[in-house]
Design a protein around this ligand. Structure first.
Ligand SMILES: NC(=O)C1=CN([C@@H]2O[C@H](COP(=O)(O)OP(=O)(O)OC[C@H]3O[C@@H](n4cnc5c(N)ncnc54)[C@H](O)[C@@H]3O)[C@@H](O)[C@H]2O)C=CC1
Ligand SMILES: O=C([O-])CC(=O)C(=O)O
Length: 260
């Protein structure tokens, strides 16, 4: 299997290192148009557009964020190349979701949503079958984990001495307003009761050092609470290491004889 990457940041570098260690390339790095000189993904052949990618690429992996999925997603799928993405929050835009669905159908390819920094999505998907009544997601990170997000408009992150909520609303609004921080909200929404019915709370908390995600769900199946304290990647306090690990796990599942 020949694998190409989008994104040479914190997640992309982790994924590239793991792929290299397991003998999987990566075989191409797709960068922003006109950014072939971008200082990332060292040693990997770079390409500025999907059309330029080598013809033998079997799988593309988006570790670059919403802009990359918007920019390259449809073209990859239309070319018949499967795509794994961590940029789930971009699907809060119904037009993008429709565009990617049509592109996947036209190309006979599949868009796979990596589980990212959260877990229990399998339980949510199963619970949805019987009917879910209530799903809430709470994301709690240290103040540094919210830099570059709308949290900065509501809070003085440097002066915070107790936990402060800076967003309460739907998963659609969270995913739209926090493209670098609320992909988990989108993952929960897509697995469960959707972007508009999933309730989200985002908190900056100077007392914690981990990226903490909590999901509670109720339905005919019963109820559950899932709580995870994720270690951030060394290069980006916003992004949990588990998000990068979930990409490698998704790739491994594709070639496993027995899979979940
Ligand atoms: N699903 C999940 O649980 C999570 C998802 N994410 C998503 O992953 C994204 C990347 O995370 P990090 O690696 O930590 O960020 P980062 O900022 O360290 O790296 C982003 C990389 O993507 C590249 N890039 C940006 N736009 C691009 C485009 N249009 N085409 C090609 N390359 C492009 C940048 O040059 C950079 O190399 C986040 O912005 C977020 O949206 C992050 C954490 C968890
Ligand atoms: O990595 C995390 O902990 C979560 C995150 O940034 C996201 O959901 O986009």
């Amino acid at each position: 299997m020949k694998i190409g990457l989008i994104g040479g940041g914190a997640i992309g570098r982790y994924v590239a290192e793991r792929l290299t260690a397991q003998g999987d390339g990566p075989h191409a790095l797709l960068v922003r148009p006109g950014r072939l000189d971008e200082a990332s993904g060292d040693g990997i052949d770079r390409f500025g557009s999907v059309a330029d990618l080598p013809s033998d690429i079997d799988l593309m992996v988006d570790c670059a964020g919403h802009g990359a999925l918007i920019e390259h997603g449809a073209a990859i799928l239309e070319r018949g190349i499967d795509l794994i993405t961590v940029s789930l929050g971009a699907l809060a835009d119904p037009q993008l979701e429709a565009q990617l669905t049509h592109a996947a159908e036209a190309g006979g390819a599949q868009l796979h949503l990596a589980s990212g920094a959260i877990g229990a999505l399998d339980a949510l998907q199963a619970a949805r079958v019987g009917g879910l009544t209530d799903v809430t997601y709470t994301g709690r990170k240290p103040p540094n984990g919210w830099r570059g997000s709308p949290a900065e408009d509501h809070l003085d992150l440097d002066a915070l001495n107790e936990a402060a909520t800076h967003f309460e609303g739907t998963a659609r609004q969270a995913a739209t307003d926090y493209p670098k921080n609320a992909n988990v909200a989108a993952a929960v929404a897509l697995a469960g009761i959707g972007f508009d019915a999933t309730q989200v709370r985002l908190i900056a908390d100077p007392q914690v050092t981990a990226n903490i995600h909590e999901v509670t769900a109720k339905g005919t199946f019963g109820q559950f609470t899932f709580h995870i304290e994720g270690t951030a990647l060394p290069d980006n306090p916003r992004s949990s290491a588990l998000a990068a690990m979930s990409v490698i796990a998704a790739i491994r599942r594709r070639r496993a004889a027995i899979t979940t």
